[in-house]
Design a protein around this ligand. Structure first.
Ligand SMILES: O=C1CC=C(NS(=O)(=O)c2ccc(-c3ccccc3)cc2)CC1=O
Ligand SMILES: [Ca+2]
Ligand SMILES: [Zn+2]
Length: 164
């Protein structure tokens, strides 16, 4: 078919799997932060996310440090880069890694896993960075909590241009 394919998933029902957990947070808190991070996006798209506990998921989520596995991107120890995610596609596509050398918290002291996860999932769904500083896809970490503030219009128009 001659239509151009946008850089998104060509299916709407995606699976995700949390490979390992950070010791910084309760397991249930990690599950919740990840689920809510995905929900931020599924609320404004036809996308659905199903959690699986074994096998290969579209979005494989892991806490890693420094050089890890066959991942072509490395982490840098405490601070600096907090996470990375790969754009939609097979294999590494969609996979999202968080830097275990960060202090992941839910009380606002360290970094909010929910906040970073929402940003990284934006990448895993095909979004790039936004110059709109109120956007979740803005390149610098802001301590806003999207649970209170909805996605910016920039985020919504971005994601809906791929999965509208
Ligand atoms: O592609 C990149 C390259 C560098 C990144 N830096 S980061 O991990 O420190 C990061 C920066 C901003 C955010 C963020 C921005 C806005 C709202 C919430 C989080 C999350 C992680 C994050 C990222 O996804
Ligand atoms: Ca880091
Ligand atoms: Zn990685």
């Amino acid at each position: 078919q001659y239509g151009y394919t946008l850089p998104g998933w060509r299916k709407y029902n995606l699976t995700y799997r949390i490979i390992n957990y950070t010791p910084d947070m309760a397991r249930a808190a990690v599950d919740e932060a990840i689920q809510e991070g995905l929900e931020v996006w599924s609320k404004v798209t036809p996308l659905t996310f199903t959690k699986i506990s074994k096998g290969i998921a579209d979005i494989m989520i892991a806490f890693r440090t420094r050089v890890h596995g066959r991942c072509p991107r490395y982490f840098d120890g405490p601070l600096g880069v907090l996470g990375h995610a790969f754009p939609p596609g097979p294999g590494l596509g969609g996979d999202t890694h968080f830097d275990e050398d960060e202090n992941w918290t839910t009380d606002g002291t360290g970094f909010s896993l929910f906040l970073v996860a929402t940003h990284e999932f934006g990448h895993a769904l095909g979004l790039s960075h936004s110059s709109d500083q109120t956007a979740l896809m803005f390149p610098n970490y802001v301590s806003l909590d999207p649970r209170k503030y909805p996605l910016s219009q920039d985020d919504i128009s971005g994601i809906q241009s791929i999965y509208g």
